[in-house]
Ligand binder design. Structure first.
Ligand code: HAM
Length: 437
Protein backbone atom coordinates (compact mmCIF):
# COMPACT_ATOMS: atom_id res chain seq x y z
CA UNK A 1 0.00 0.00 0.00
CA UNK A 2 2.92 2.36 0.71
CA UNK A 3 3.46 2.61 -3.03
CA UNK A 4 -0.01 4.07 -3.34
CA UNK A 5 0.14 6.51 -0.45
CA UNK A 6 3.77 7.65 -0.40
CA UNK A 7 5.41 9.91 -2.97
CA UNK A 8 8.64 8.51 -4.48
CA UNK A 9 11.80 9.13 -2.46
CA UNK A 10 13.31 12.55 -3.07
CA UNK A 11 10.04 14.12 -4.25
CA UNK A 12 7.74 16.48 -2.40
CA UNK A 13 4.14 17.54 -2.64
CA UNK A 14 3.50 21.24 -2.39
CA UNK A 15 0.31 21.59 -0.37
CA UNK A 16 -2.16 24.49 -0.43
CA UNK A 17 -0.75 25.64 2.93
CA UNK A 18 2.69 25.94 1.30
CA UNK A 19 1.84 27.10 -2.19
CA UNK A 20 1.37 30.72 -1.04
CA UNK A 21 5.10 30.86 -0.25
CA UNK A 22 5.94 29.36 -3.64
CA UNK A 23 3.72 31.87 -5.39
CA UNK A 24 5.40 34.71 -3.54
CA UNK A 25 8.86 33.46 -4.52
CA UNK A 26 7.78 33.04 -8.13
CA UNK A 27 6.29 36.53 -8.15
CA UNK A 28 9.49 38.19 -6.91
CA UNK A 29 11.67 36.13 -9.29
CA UNK A 30 9.43 36.81 -12.27
CA UNK A 31 9.30 40.53 -11.49
CA UNK A 32 13.08 40.78 -11.18
CA UNK A 33 13.68 38.85 -14.41
CA UNK A 34 11.20 41.00 -16.32
CA UNK A 35 12.58 44.20 -14.78
CA UNK A 36 15.90 43.20 -16.30
CA UNK A 37 14.32 42.61 -19.72
CA UNK A 38 14.19 38.79 -19.61
CA UNK A 39 11.31 36.93 -21.27
CA UNK A 40 9.89 33.64 -20.02
CA UNK A 41 10.62 30.41 -21.90
CA UNK A 42 9.01 27.03 -21.19
CA UNK A 43 10.68 23.94 -22.59
CA UNK A 44 9.73 20.24 -22.38
CA UNK A 45 10.30 18.18 -19.23
CA UNK A 46 12.13 15.61 -21.36
CA UNK A 47 14.64 15.97 -24.18
CA UNK A 48 16.76 13.65 -26.31
CA UNK A 49 19.41 12.13 -24.05
CA UNK A 50 22.11 13.25 -26.48
CA UNK A 51 21.39 16.90 -25.59
CA UNK A 52 22.50 16.43 -22.00
CA UNK A 53 25.46 14.22 -22.88
CA UNK A 54 26.73 16.99 -25.16
CA UNK A 55 26.02 19.98 -22.93
CA UNK A 56 26.22 18.85 -19.30
CA UNK A 57 29.16 16.59 -20.21
CA UNK A 58 29.73 12.85 -20.21
CA UNK A 59 32.22 12.92 -17.32
CA UNK A 60 29.96 14.82 -14.90
CA UNK A 61 28.19 13.21 -11.93
CA UNK A 62 24.89 14.38 -13.39
CA UNK A 63 25.37 12.39 -16.61
CA UNK A 64 27.25 9.45 -15.14
CA UNK A 65 25.06 8.79 -12.13
CA UNK A 66 22.01 10.97 -11.86
CA UNK A 67 19.97 11.15 -15.04
CA UNK A 68 16.51 9.65 -15.40
CA UNK A 69 16.99 8.09 -18.81
CA UNK A 70 14.71 5.60 -20.54
CA UNK A 71 13.75 4.40 -23.99
CA UNK A 72 10.31 5.56 -25.08
CA UNK A 73 7.95 3.26 -26.94
CA UNK A 74 9.52 4.33 -30.23
CA UNK A 75 12.91 3.15 -28.97
CA UNK A 76 14.41 6.68 -28.59
CA UNK A 77 16.55 7.47 -25.60
CA UNK A 78 14.84 10.18 -23.59
CA UNK A 79 15.99 11.96 -20.43
CA UNK A 80 14.03 13.97 -17.87
CA UNK A 81 15.83 17.32 -17.75
CA UNK A 82 18.40 17.40 -14.95
CA UNK A 83 18.80 21.18 -15.35
CA UNK A 84 17.40 24.05 -17.42
CA UNK A 85 20.26 25.42 -19.51
CA UNK A 86 20.51 22.67 -22.15
CA UNK A 87 16.81 22.93 -23.08
CA UNK A 88 16.98 26.73 -23.22
CA UNK A 89 20.01 26.60 -25.56
CA UNK A 90 18.33 23.97 -27.73
CA UNK A 91 15.15 26.04 -28.00
CA UNK A 92 17.12 29.24 -28.68
CA UNK A 93 18.86 27.50 -31.59
CA UNK A 94 15.79 25.66 -32.87
CA UNK A 95 13.72 28.84 -33.07
CA UNK A 96 16.53 31.13 -34.24
CA UNK A 97 16.12 33.47 -31.28
CA UNK A 98 19.70 34.63 -31.93
CA UNK A 99 18.30 36.62 -34.88
CA UNK A 100 16.59 38.97 -32.40
CA UNK A 101 18.38 41.94 -30.88
CA UNK A 102 21.30 40.67 -28.79
CA UNK A 103 21.64 39.85 -26.03
CA UNK A 104 18.71 37.43 -25.99
CA UNK A 105 17.48 37.16 -22.40
CA UNK A 106 15.43 34.20 -21.19
CA UNK A 107 14.14 33.10 -17.83
CA UNK A 108 12.32 29.98 -16.71
CA UNK A 109 10.76 28.04 -13.87
CA UNK A 110 11.44 24.33 -14.30
CA UNK A 111 11.21 21.10 -12.43
CA UNK A 112 14.51 19.16 -12.66
CA UNK A 113 15.26 15.48 -12.09
CA UNK A 114 18.45 14.01 -10.67
CA UNK A 115 18.82 10.59 -9.12
CA UNK A 116 20.83 11.80 -6.12
CA UNK A 117 21.11 10.53 -2.56
CA UNK A 118 18.00 12.20 -1.18
CA UNK A 119 18.72 14.31 1.91
CA UNK A 120 17.98 17.74 3.36
CA UNK A 121 18.21 20.23 0.50
CA UNK A 122 18.92 17.50 -2.05
CA UNK A 123 15.90 16.16 -3.89
CA UNK A 124 15.33 13.95 -6.90
CA UNK A 125 12.68 16.27 -8.23
CA UNK A 126 13.42 19.91 -7.49
CA UNK A 127 12.55 23.26 -9.01
CA UNK A 128 14.72 25.97 -10.44
CA UNK A 129 14.25 29.59 -11.33
CA UNK A 130 16.80 30.18 -14.06
CA UNK A 131 18.02 32.94 -16.35
CA UNK A 132 20.10 32.65 -19.53
CA UNK A 133 21.60 35.51 -21.54
CA UNK A 134 22.95 34.92 -25.06
CA UNK A 135 25.13 37.24 -27.11
CA UNK A 136 27.24 39.27 -24.71
CA UNK A 137 30.86 38.57 -23.79
CA UNK A 138 31.05 41.70 -21.64
CA UNK A 139 31.93 41.42 -17.95
CA UNK A 140 29.03 43.84 -17.38
CA UNK A 141 26.68 41.06 -18.52
CA UNK A 142 28.17 38.80 -15.82
CA UNK A 143 27.52 41.43 -13.17
CA UNK A 144 24.01 42.08 -14.47
CA UNK A 145 23.02 38.41 -14.35
CA UNK A 146 24.46 38.06 -10.85
CA UNK A 147 22.56 41.20 -9.82
CA UNK A 148 19.23 39.55 -10.68
CA UNK A 149 19.87 36.75 -8.20
CA UNK A 150 21.19 39.25 -5.66
CA UNK A 151 18.04 41.41 -5.97
CA UNK A 152 15.78 38.36 -5.60
CA UNK A 153 17.53 37.35 -2.37
CA UNK A 154 17.43 40.91 -1.04
CA UNK A 155 13.73 41.32 -1.79
CA UNK A 156 12.91 37.99 -0.17
CA UNK A 157 14.95 38.99 2.88
CA UNK A 158 17.36 36.02 2.74
CA UNK A 159 20.06 36.80 5.29
CA UNK A 160 23.70 35.76 5.72
CA UNK A 161 24.25 34.76 2.12
CA UNK A 162 27.71 34.84 0.53
CA UNK A 163 28.27 35.40 -3.16
CA UNK A 164 31.34 33.39 -4.12
CA UNK A 165 32.90 33.89 -7.53
CA UNK A 166 35.72 32.35 -9.50
CA UNK A 167 37.00 32.13 -13.06
CA UNK A 168 37.70 28.77 -14.64
CA UNK A 169 39.19 30.28 -17.80
CA UNK A 170 38.74 29.45 -21.46
CA UNK A 171 39.78 26.31 -23.41
CA UNK A 172 43.16 27.93 -23.96
CA UNK A 173 44.09 28.38 -20.28
CA UNK A 174 42.28 25.13 -19.47
CA UNK A 175 44.96 23.13 -21.35
CA UNK A 176 47.83 24.02 -19.01
CA UNK A 177 45.54 23.77 -16.00
CA UNK A 178 44.37 20.27 -16.92
CA UNK A 179 47.97 19.16 -17.22
CA UNK A 180 48.76 20.53 -13.76
CA UNK A 181 45.71 18.72 -12.35
CA UNK A 182 46.61 15.48 -14.05
CA UNK A 183 50.08 15.59 -12.57
CA UNK A 184 48.74 16.33 -9.07
CA UNK A 185 46.02 13.65 -9.05
CA UNK A 186 48.29 11.01 -10.68
CA UNK A 187 50.40 11.17 -7.54
CA UNK A 188 47.37 10.15 -5.43
CA UNK A 189 45.92 7.70 -7.91
CA UNK A 190 45.55 4.81 -5.44
CA UNK A 191 43.13 6.74 -3.25
CA UNK A 192 40.78 8.04 -5.94
CA UNK A 193 37.35 6.45 -6.42
CA UNK A 194 36.75 4.40 -9.55
CA UNK A 195 34.80 7.14 -11.34
CA UNK A 196 37.60 9.63 -10.67
CA UNK A 197 40.19 7.22 -12.01
CA UNK A 198 38.47 7.36 -15.39
CA UNK A 199 38.06 11.13 -15.00
CA UNK A 200 41.81 11.43 -14.51
CA UNK A 201 42.26 10.47 -18.16
CA UNK A 202 39.17 12.09 -19.65
CA UNK A 203 38.58 15.28 -17.60
CA UNK A 204 40.57 15.69 -14.36
CA UNK A 205 38.68 18.92 -13.53
CA UNK A 206 35.65 16.80 -12.66
CA UNK A 207 37.58 15.19 -9.79
CA UNK A 208 37.39 18.59 -8.07
CA UNK A 209 33.64 18.15 -7.96
CA UNK A 210 33.49 14.53 -6.75
CA UNK A 211 31.23 14.02 -3.73
CA UNK A 212 33.25 11.11 -2.28
CA UNK A 213 34.88 12.27 0.99
CA UNK A 214 38.33 10.92 0.07
CA UNK A 215 38.38 12.49 -3.39
CA UNK A 216 37.11 15.84 -2.10
CA UNK A 217 39.77 15.78 0.63
CA UNK A 218 42.48 15.21 -2.00
CA UNK A 219 40.91 17.86 -4.25
CA UNK A 220 41.43 20.49 -1.57
CA UNK A 221 45.19 20.49 -2.19
CA UNK A 222 44.88 20.53 -5.99
CA UNK A 223 46.34 23.36 -8.12
CA UNK A 224 43.98 26.34 -8.44
CA UNK A 225 42.63 27.41 -11.80
CA UNK A 226 43.07 31.12 -10.98
CA UNK A 227 46.84 30.58 -11.11
CA UNK A 228 46.54 29.35 -14.71
CA UNK A 229 44.33 32.01 -16.33
CA UNK A 230 45.44 33.49 -19.67
CA UNK A 231 45.75 37.33 -19.71
CA UNK A 232 42.34 37.82 -21.41
CA UNK A 233 40.52 35.65 -18.88
CA UNK A 234 42.37 37.29 -15.98
CA UNK A 235 41.34 40.72 -17.26
CA UNK A 236 37.73 39.62 -17.75
CA UNK A 237 37.62 38.36 -14.17
CA UNK A 238 39.06 41.63 -12.84
CA UNK A 239 36.41 43.57 -14.73
CA UNK A 240 33.59 41.39 -13.40
CA UNK A 241 34.76 42.17 -9.89
CA UNK A 242 34.93 45.88 -10.65
CA UNK A 243 31.39 45.81 -12.09
CA UNK A 244 30.07 44.01 -8.99
CA UNK A 245 31.71 46.64 -6.79
CA UNK A 246 30.09 49.29 -8.94
CA UNK A 247 26.68 47.72 -8.18
CA UNK A 248 27.52 47.43 -4.48
CA UNK A 249 27.19 43.67 -4.54
CA UNK A 250 29.57 42.14 -1.99
CA UNK A 251 31.41 38.96 -3.02
CA UNK A 252 34.37 36.80 -2.13
CA UNK A 253 36.69 35.09 -4.60
CA UNK A 254 36.62 31.36 -3.94
CA UNK A 255 39.19 29.63 -6.17
CA UNK A 256 37.68 26.21 -5.36
CA UNK A 257 34.42 26.78 -7.24
CA UNK A 258 34.48 24.76 -10.45
CA UNK A 259 30.75 23.87 -10.78
CA UNK A 260 29.47 20.41 -11.54
CA UNK A 261 28.61 20.82 -15.21
CA UNK A 262 31.05 20.78 -18.12
CA UNK A 263 29.86 23.73 -20.15
CA UNK A 264 31.27 26.52 -17.99
CA UNK A 265 33.98 28.94 -19.08
CA UNK A 266 35.38 32.01 -17.31
CA UNK A 267 33.14 33.40 -14.56
CA UNK A 268 31.41 30.91 -12.25
CA UNK A 269 29.53 31.88 -9.12
CA UNK A 270 27.45 30.53 -6.25
CA UNK A 271 25.29 32.11 -3.57
CA UNK A 272 25.97 30.05 -0.47
CA UNK A 273 24.01 29.98 2.79
CA UNK A 274 25.29 28.60 6.06
CA UNK A 275 22.01 29.10 7.92
CA UNK A 276 20.96 25.45 7.84
CA UNK A 277 24.23 23.86 8.98
CA UNK A 278 26.50 22.66 6.18
CA UNK A 279 27.03 25.19 3.36
CA UNK A 280 24.10 25.09 0.95
CA UNK A 281 24.27 26.55 -2.55
CA UNK A 282 21.01 28.37 -3.25
CA UNK A 283 22.01 29.55 -6.69
CA UNK A 284 24.78 28.59 -9.08
CA UNK A 285 25.75 29.74 -12.53
CA UNK A 286 28.32 31.21 -14.81
CA UNK A 287 29.45 31.73 -18.40
CA UNK A 288 29.30 29.05 -21.04
CA UNK A 289 30.82 30.80 -24.04
CA UNK A 290 31.48 27.60 -26.00
CA UNK A 291 28.21 25.72 -25.55
CA UNK A 292 26.12 27.25 -28.35
CA UNK A 293 28.81 26.36 -30.89
CA UNK A 294 29.25 22.91 -29.32
CA UNK A 295 25.56 22.34 -29.95
CA UNK A 296 25.80 23.25 -33.63
CA UNK A 297 25.14 26.99 -33.58
CA UNK A 298 27.38 29.86 -34.55
CA UNK A 299 29.66 30.91 -31.70
CA UNK A 300 27.66 32.95 -29.20
CA UNK A 301 28.88 33.86 -25.71
CA UNK A 302 26.33 33.11 -23.01
CA UNK A 303 25.77 32.93 -19.27
CA UNK A 304 23.11 32.32 -16.68
CA UNK A 305 22.20 30.81 -13.34
CA UNK A 306 19.85 28.32 -11.73
CA UNK A 307 18.31 29.00 -8.32
CA UNK A 308 16.98 26.09 -6.26
CA UNK A 309 13.48 27.06 -5.12
CA UNK A 310 13.24 24.41 -2.38
CA UNK A 311 16.58 25.52 -0.97
CA UNK A 312 15.59 29.20 -0.92
CA UNK A 313 12.41 28.26 0.98
CA UNK A 314 14.36 26.01 3.33
CA UNK A 315 16.70 28.84 4.29
CA UNK A 316 13.86 31.36 4.65
CA UNK A 317 12.13 28.91 6.98
CA UNK A 318 15.32 28.30 8.99
CA UNK A 319 15.66 32.07 9.34
CA UNK A 320 12.01 32.27 10.41
CA UNK A 321 11.37 34.86 7.74
CA UNK A 322 7.78 36.04 7.74
CA UNK A 323 6.53 35.78 4.21
CA UNK A 324 3.33 37.79 3.79
CA UNK A 325 0.40 35.39 3.51
CA UNK A 326 -2.52 36.28 1.32
CA UNK A 327 -5.86 35.07 2.67
CA UNK A 328 -7.71 32.85 0.21
CA UNK A 329 -10.98 34.09 1.62
CA UNK A 330 -11.59 37.84 1.74
CA UNK A 331 -15.20 37.66 2.96
CA UNK A 332 -17.11 34.82 4.55
CA UNK A 333 -20.88 35.13 4.37
CA UNK A 334 -22.64 33.32 7.17
CA UNK A 335 -26.36 32.61 7.03
CA UNK A 336 -29.14 32.06 9.53
CA UNK A 337 -32.14 30.30 8.02
CA UNK A 338 -32.91 28.74 4.69
CA UNK A 339 -33.75 31.88 2.78
CA UNK A 340 -30.60 33.58 4.05
CA UNK A 341 -28.55 30.55 3.05
CA UNK A 342 -29.65 30.90 -0.56
CA UNK A 343 -29.00 34.67 -0.40
CA UNK A 344 -25.49 34.03 0.99
CA UNK A 345 -24.84 31.46 -1.73
CA UNK A 346 -25.92 33.95 -4.42
CA UNK A 347 -24.03 36.87 -2.87
CA UNK A 348 -20.78 34.86 -2.63
CA UNK A 349 -21.13 33.93 -6.30
CA UNK A 350 -21.76 37.55 -7.34
CA UNK A 351 -18.80 38.76 -5.28
CA UNK A 352 -16.51 36.24 -6.92
CA UNK A 353 -17.72 37.45 -10.33
CA UNK A 354 -16.54 40.92 -9.23
CA UNK A 355 -13.15 39.58 -8.20
CA UNK A 356 -13.70 39.30 -4.42
CA UNK A 357 -12.67 35.93 -2.93
CA UNK A 358 -15.90 35.15 -1.10
CA UNK A 359 -17.01 31.94 0.61
CA UNK A 360 -20.11 30.61 2.34
CA UNK A 361 -21.13 27.31 3.85
CA UNK A 362 -22.44 24.63 1.50
CA UNK A 363 -22.61 21.83 4.06
CA UNK A 364 -25.70 22.96 6.00
CA UNK A 365 -23.78 23.84 9.21
CA UNK A 366 -25.31 25.86 12.03
CA UNK A 367 -24.19 29.48 12.40
CA UNK A 368 -21.62 28.75 15.14
CA UNK A 369 -20.02 26.00 13.06
CA UNK A 370 -20.10 28.29 10.02
CA UNK A 371 -18.06 30.90 11.89
CA UNK A 372 -15.58 28.26 13.05
CA UNK A 373 -15.23 27.24 9.42
CA UNK A 374 -14.65 30.92 8.46
CA UNK A 375 -11.84 31.01 11.01
CA UNK A 376 -10.27 27.88 9.55
CA UNK A 377 -10.42 29.40 6.08
CA UNK A 378 -8.54 32.41 7.43
CA UNK A 379 -11.34 34.74 6.28
CA UNK A 380 -10.28 38.38 6.51
CA UNK A 381 -13.88 39.64 6.96
CA UNK A 382 -17.23 38.08 7.71
CA UNK A 383 -20.85 39.08 7.68
CA UNK A 384 -23.99 37.22 8.69
CA UNK A 385 -27.26 37.28 6.76
CA UNK A 386 -30.54 36.60 8.58
CA UNK A 387 -34.14 37.72 8.16
CA UNK A 388 -33.37 41.24 9.51
CA UNK A 389 -30.48 41.76 7.14
CA UNK A 390 -32.45 40.52 4.15
CA UNK A 391 -35.26 42.90 5.02
CA UNK A 392 -33.14 45.96 5.73
CA UNK A 393 -30.62 45.30 2.96
CA UNK A 394 -27.72 46.01 5.30
CA UNK A 395 -25.42 43.95 7.53
CA UNK A 396 -22.42 44.21 9.83
CA UNK A 397 -19.09 43.50 8.14
CA UNK A 398 -16.61 42.27 10.73
CA UNK A 399 -12.84 42.54 10.41
CA UNK A 400 -11.85 39.12 11.74
CA UNK A 401 -8.42 40.30 12.90
CA UNK A 402 -9.38 43.47 14.78
CA UNK A 403 -13.02 42.62 15.56
CA UNK A 404 -14.03 46.06 14.23
CA UNK A 405 -17.49 46.22 12.62
CA UNK A 406 -18.73 48.31 9.72
CA UNK A 407 -22.33 48.76 8.59
CA UNK A 408 -22.63 47.87 4.91
CA UNK A 409 -25.29 47.54 2.21
CA UNK A 410 -25.54 44.00 0.98
CA UNK A 411 -26.90 44.76 -2.48
CA UNK A 412 -25.50 46.99 -5.24
CA UNK A 413 -22.49 48.98 -4.13
CA UNK A 414 -21.23 46.33 -1.68
CA UNK A 415 -18.09 45.63 -3.71
CA UNK A 416 -17.10 49.32 -3.77
CA UNK A 417 -17.82 49.74 -0.04
CA UNK A 418 -15.89 46.59 0.75
CA UNK A 419 -12.88 47.71 -1.30
CA UNK A 420 -12.83 51.06 0.53
CA UNK A 421 -13.03 49.39 3.97
CA UNK A 422 -10.34 46.88 3.06
CA UNK A 423 -8.01 49.64 1.82
CA UNK A 424 -8.58 51.74 4.93
CA UNK A 425 -7.93 48.79 7.27
CA UNK A 426 -4.76 47.97 5.34
CA UNK A 427 -3.52 51.54 5.78
CA UNK A 428 -4.22 51.33 9.53
CA UNK A 429 -2.40 48.00 9.75
CA UNK A 430 0.62 49.31 7.84
CA UNK A 431 0.69 52.38 10.08
CA UNK A 432 0.61 50.28 13.25
CA UNK A 433 3.38 48.07 11.87
CA UNK A 434 5.65 51.05 11.16
CA UNK A 435 4.94 52.41 14.68
CA UNK A 436 5.99 49.04 16.14
CA UNK A 437 9.24 49.06 14.13
P1 HAM B 1 23.32 23.58 -10.64
O1 HAM B 1 24.37 24.14 -9.74
O2 HAM B 1 23.44 22.16 -10.99
O3 HAM B 1 23.34 24.47 -11.95
O4 HAM B 1 21.91 23.84 -10.02
C1 HAM B 1 21.48 25.14 -9.69
C2 HAM B 1 20.80 25.14 -8.34
O5 HAM B 1 19.77 24.16 -8.30
C3 HAM B 1 21.70 24.75 -7.17
O6 HAM B 1 22.47 25.85 -6.75
C4 HAM B 1 20.69 24.31 -6.14
O7 HAM B 1 20.16 25.43 -5.47
C5 HAM B 1 19.62 23.66 -6.98
N1 HAM B 1 19.79 22.19 -6.97
C6 HAM B 1 20.64 21.46 -7.70
N2 HAM B 1 20.50 20.14 -7.42
C7 HAM B 1 19.54 20.05 -6.50
C8 HAM B 1 18.91 18.96 -5.80
N3 HAM B 1 19.24 17.70 -6.04
N4 HAM B 1 17.96 19.25 -4.90
C9 HAM B 1 17.58 20.51 -4.66
N5 HAM B 1 18.11 21.58 -5.29
C10 HAM B 1 19.08 21.37 -6.20
C11 HAM B 1 22.51 24.28 -13.00
O8 HAM B 1 21.56 23.55 -12.99
C12 HAM B 1 22.81 25.20 -14.17
N6 HAM B 1 21.86 24.88 -15.25
C13 HAM B 1 22.71 26.64 -13.76
C14 HAM B 1 23.03 27.56 -14.89
C15 HAM B 1 22.15 28.19 -15.68
N7 HAM B 1 24.25 27.86 -15.30
C16 HAM B 1 24.15 28.67 -16.35
N8 HAM B 1 22.89 28.87 -16.59
Amino acid sequence: MALLTQAPRGTQDILPSQSGDWQLLEKVMREEAELHGFGEIRTPVFEHTELFLRSVGETTDVVQKEMYTFNDKGGRSITLRPEGTAGAVRAMLEHGLYNDALPVKLYYFTSCYRYEKAQKGRLREFHQFGTEMFGSASPLADAQVISIADSVFKRLGVKDLTLEINSIGCPQCRKTYLEALKEYFSQQKEQLCETCLSRLERNPMRILDCKSPVCSQIAQGAPKVLDHLCPDCAQHFQQVQKALEELNIPFVVNPSIVRGLDYYTRTVFEFVSRSTGAPLTLCGGGRYDGLVEEMGGNPLPALGFGMGMERVLMVLQAQQAELPQKSRCQVFIGALGQEAQMAAFRMAHELRLSGVAAACDVNGRGLKAQMKYADKLGAAYSLVLGDDELQSGSAQLKNMKTGEKHSVFIGDGFVEQFAAIEAEDQLKEDFLLTMEE
